[in-house]
Design a protein around this ligand. Structure first.
Ligand code: ATP
Ligand code: MG
Length: 627
């Protein structure tokens, strides 16, 4: 069956459709009811069924693929590669689970994991899943305050960390951050379990509280910890959204629905089958990392490559070499990462043998046409844009090359995935927009399996944040979109990233796209600045590609001309700044509100997710100098 027919079934007969998909995973007790939709906007999938993510990710595969690689953890920071088979993964996760049990962790307890992108982070997640503990992975690059906020909210019994992470060859000790976070939080856990990588010889230990993982693990070598079966709708994990737009929300995921959605996505979207390999360049701290570095590939019996390091170290060919070495079939990355590579010599794309590679998926941000063309042209591979949110847990809009391949339309992630019935509606009236007209992207209820079940301990905020925008009960993505005449969806940016020029509502993305068509431009961010006459005007901030020697003033003028040429005089930028770097979140998303605050001289709000503070400084200096 092709996409059209299957998708139609998924929305017209959801219970039949998902009952069939439920067979993709192991149920200890089968679901009694496929969907309980009696209390919208809440819904429960696979009610009464019991299952376990760890069992589906590991134990279920042992007979058939015990000796197959499950995880390959590559670090260009520590210059190490660790190849782990399913059997070895089983052993490691059982030992880890035994350590957790010994520390008193049980079903329903929260465990915060603050780790670099290394194998032990995966062991820790799976060990929690095995015993029914709720993990909350906090990206290892977050600052102490960020970590403290998340600990306050999750109230974990245990924090698992490493002694240090590394970035660009520099050791970043974690322990001082953790000690600071635990001083700040109102809910410090009883224990801190430290995976000592031997990177920080000066690490302080707090007597009685801090526990050495390596030492505990030795006691539990060969342990067998029984799987704790959970009802399908019990929480599996919490994941705080990255906070591009404000205070992070504890997105709560279930067990059964998530496992089924991931299993289905592996074959239909990613066209990845048991025994095949995926390189997902995300970090386990993000939604993409949870679903496609860890749970998705393992539930699907695949091999997942985990990467710690920069995309450009030791050189910009590293990811392509990994594709060659491990015969990667599907790569999954982000536009931000690809734009980093795009700044480098394009010949890196053709130096490795990419004959096994079929697809490069990109998600997380709009994939602009120039980056798309650079990547698909340079590799000759199919580049598949896919749209999702921490909330959805898996792609909500994508092409499905595993089923049939509809032609790629650059700039569009394609069509809704299974169970997502989407509308593009008017922000004010809620009426559906015609093809070609911009509106808010919303999803009809019930949300399909895999999506968040609520916000941790805050049902009200769940209802308010996502379902309180329109008369009808609809999930609002808070993103702008437009559907073309053939049904392709284009995502035009966040509903709060809009510039109102003399009554014309312009999406920042449209302007950014037009600037990005200039060859000299590497990255661009557009924000709206107040203008007495027109209400708002676009302000353009751009970085130039490495090796570009043109006078920045000429490039700035060229940018202005290009915007007018492509979008009309209405979009003419009020000012254009060429800067050395743009502020981004740790997950690589442009932090437009921070730039906006600099322009307006206002309080930029919570900047704790800012990746590189010097980037914001660069913006500040450029603004002070004037365009
Ligand atoms: P917060 O919700 O806390 O402000 P966030 O929205 O940045 O943080 P994520 O859930 O990681 O956190 O990001 C989801 C958002 O990323 C989407 O709502 C959308 O704006 C953007 N996005 C993701 N994939 C794509 C894509 N393929 N094309 C365009 N935009 C995308
Ligand atoms: Mg969001």
């Amino acid at each position: 069956m092709g996409y059209d027919e299957l998708w139609r079934r998924s929305v017209d007969e959801p219970e039949l459709f998902w009952a069939e998909q439920a067979r993709l995973i192991h149920w200890e007790t089968p679901p009694q009811r496929i969907l309980d939709d009696s209390r919208p906007p809440f819904r429960r999938w696979f009610v009464g069924g019991t299952t376990n993510l760890c069992h589906n990710a590991i134990d279920r595969h042992l007979d058939e693929r015990g000796d197959q690689l499950a995880i390959v953890a590559v670090s260009t920071e520590t210059e190490s590669t660790r190849e782990i088979t399913y059997r070895e993964l089983h052993r490691e996760v059982n030992a880890f689970a035994a350590v957790l049990v010994e520390l008193g962790v049980g079903k329903g307890d929260r465990v915060v994991i603050y780790m670099p992108n290394i194998a032990e982070a995966v062991f820790a997640m799976l060990a929690c899943a095995r015993i029914g503990a709720i993990h909350s992975v906090v990206f290892g690059g977050f600052a102490a305050h960020n970590l403290a906020l998340r600990i306050d909210d999750a109230e974990p019994v245990l924090l698992i960390c490493a002694d240090a992470g590394m970035r660009g060859g520099k050791v970043i000790p974690y322990k001082p951050l953790i000690d600071a976070a635990l001083r700040e939080t109102k809910a410090p856990p009883a224990h801190v379990l430290i995976v000592d990588r031997g990177l920080d010889p000066d690490m302080d230990r707090v007597e009685l509280r801090d526990v050495d993982y390596n030492e505990r693990r030795r006691r539990h070598e060969g342990a067998n910890v029984p799987v704790t079966w959970l009802e399908s709708n019990e929480p599996s994990y919490l994941l705080y959204t990255s906070g591009t737009t404000g205070k992070p929300k504890g997105v709560q995921r279930d067990v059964g629905g998530y496992a089924v959605a991931l299993a289905l996505s592996m074959t239909t979207i990613f066209d990845l089958h048991p025994g095949q390999t995926i390189l997902c360049t995300s970090d386990v701290g993000w939604a993409v990392g949870h679903s496609y570095n860890v749970y998705g590939p393992l539930i699907g019996g695949c091999t997942a490559i985990l990467y710690e390091g920069l995309p450009t170290a030791p050189d910009p060919g590293i990811w392509w070499r990994l594709c060659e070495t491990y015969r990667v079939r599907t790569m999954f990355s982000s536009p931000t990462a690809i734009r980093v590579l795009k700044k480098q010599d394009a010949s890196w794309l053709s130096r490795s043998d990419l004959s096994a590679l079929k697809y490069i998926f990109c998600a997380g941000e709009p994939l602009d046409q120039t980056t798309y063309e650079w990547l698909s042209g340079g590799t000759g591979k199919l580049v598949v844009d896919n749209y999702w949110q921490t909330e959805t847990g898996w792609p909500a809009v994508s092409l499905m090359p595993g089923l049939d391949l509809k032609p790629v339309r650059p700039g569009s992630p394609g069509f809704p995935t299974f169970g997502f019935r989407m509308r593009v509606i008017d922000e004010a009236t809620g009426d559906e927009k015609a093809a070609g007209e911009k509106g808010v992207l919303v999803v009809e209820l019930p949300l399909p399996p895999g999506c968040l079940t609520t916000i941790w301990r805050d049902d009200d905020r769940y209802v308010r944040s996502y379902f309180g925008h329109f008369k009808e009960l609809l999930y609002s993505s808070l993103d702008w979109a437009v559907r073309d005449a053939d049904g392709y969806l284009f995502i035009l940016g966040r509903t709060d990233d809009v510039i109102n020029v003399a009554g014309h509502r312009l999406g920042t993305r449209e302007i950014e796209e037009s600037v990005a068509t200039l060859g000299a431009v590497a990255e661009v961010a557009v924000v709206g600045i107040g203008d007495e006459l027109k209400g708002q005007l676009p302000a353009v901030f751009a970085t130039l590609k490495q090796g570009v020697t043109d006078d920045p003033r000429d490039v700035a003028q060229a940018m202005e001309r290009r915007v007018v040429e492509l979008l009309g005089a209405v979009a003419r930028p009020g000012c254009v700044y060429v800067v050395s770097a743009l502020p981004k979140t740790r997950s690589g998303k442009l932090l437009r509100r921070a730039i906006q605050a600099v322009m307006e001289g206002t309080d930029p709000g919570d900047l704790s997710t800012l990746d590189d503070p010097t980037a914001l400084e660069a913006v500040r200096r450029a603004v002070a100098r004037g365009p």
